[in-house]
Design a protein around this ligand. Structure first.
Ligand SMILES: CC(C)(COP(=O)(O)OP(=O)(O)OC[C@H]1O[C@@H](n2cnc3c(N)ncnc32)[C@H](O)[C@@H]1OP(=O)(O)O)[C@@H](O)C(=O)NCCC(=O)NCCS
Length: 155
């Protein structure tokens, strides 16, 4: 089951993100997780998937500031032991569904992928050729409002 992170999961989520992205990302992960439980305008919402009580996948969504009807997706992570089993696809789909239940008009989901990750996102309906500041591909896709939260993978 995929569910929104709760306050008690803060430390475990931080450690999970460090396992996936490395120790260099600990402070950034800690700050973003803390923002989820703050009053920040564009606070992220972390979604987690547990298997046998351990966090095995995560993703974060947040509404972009300074633009309208645009949501960012980040912290897409699957535990190294569980890669290639479909969890990555499942957690990104959950992120799209979590956006779909929150938007009132057709909206855009954006993310910055590692170059080697573009193929993974292309399969989930994301496209784009713009590079971000680090030369990584910026990808986007449309998300239509859907109160039931169930949306097809491809827009
Ligand atoms: C990227 C990541 C989330 C993928 O998770 P995963 O659970 O291994 O992916 P899935 O098993 O759901 O893969 C879904 C499909 O995408 C394919 N796929 C995975 N990575 C791919 C890639 N780099 N290019 C093209 N296709 C890819 C898989 O082969 C699979 O195809 P299939 O359905 O035909 O078998 C995972 O490798 C990860 O956590 N990496 C480290 C963190 C990271 O890079 N995050 C993303 C930042 S861009």
């Amino acid at each position: 089951m995929i569910s929104e992170a709760v306050l008690e999961e803060k430390a475990e989520l931080e450690d999970f993100l460090v396992v996936v992205f490395g120790e260099d990302y600990r402070v950034m992960a800690r700050q973003h997780i803390a923002e989820m439980f703050s009053n920040a305008l564009s606070r992220p919402i972390f979604l987690l998937k547990r298997q046998e009580s351990r966090i095995m996948a995560s993703v974060a969504i947040s509404e972009a500031l300074f633009t309208t009807h645009t949501w960012g997706i980040g912290w897409v992570a699957v535990h190294p032991e569980q890669r290639g089993n479909g969890l990555g696809q499942e957690i990104v789909k959950a992120a799209l569904e979590a956006i779909a239940v929150r938007v009132k008009v057709p909206s855009t989901a954006i993310l910055s992928a590692y170059p080697e990750g573009a193929g993974f996102y292309n399969r989930l309906g994301f496209a784009g050729a713009t590079m971000d500041h680090a030369g990584n591909p910026f990808l986007s896709r449309k998300v239509c409002p859907n109160a039931s939260g169930v949306i097809p993978i491809r827009a």
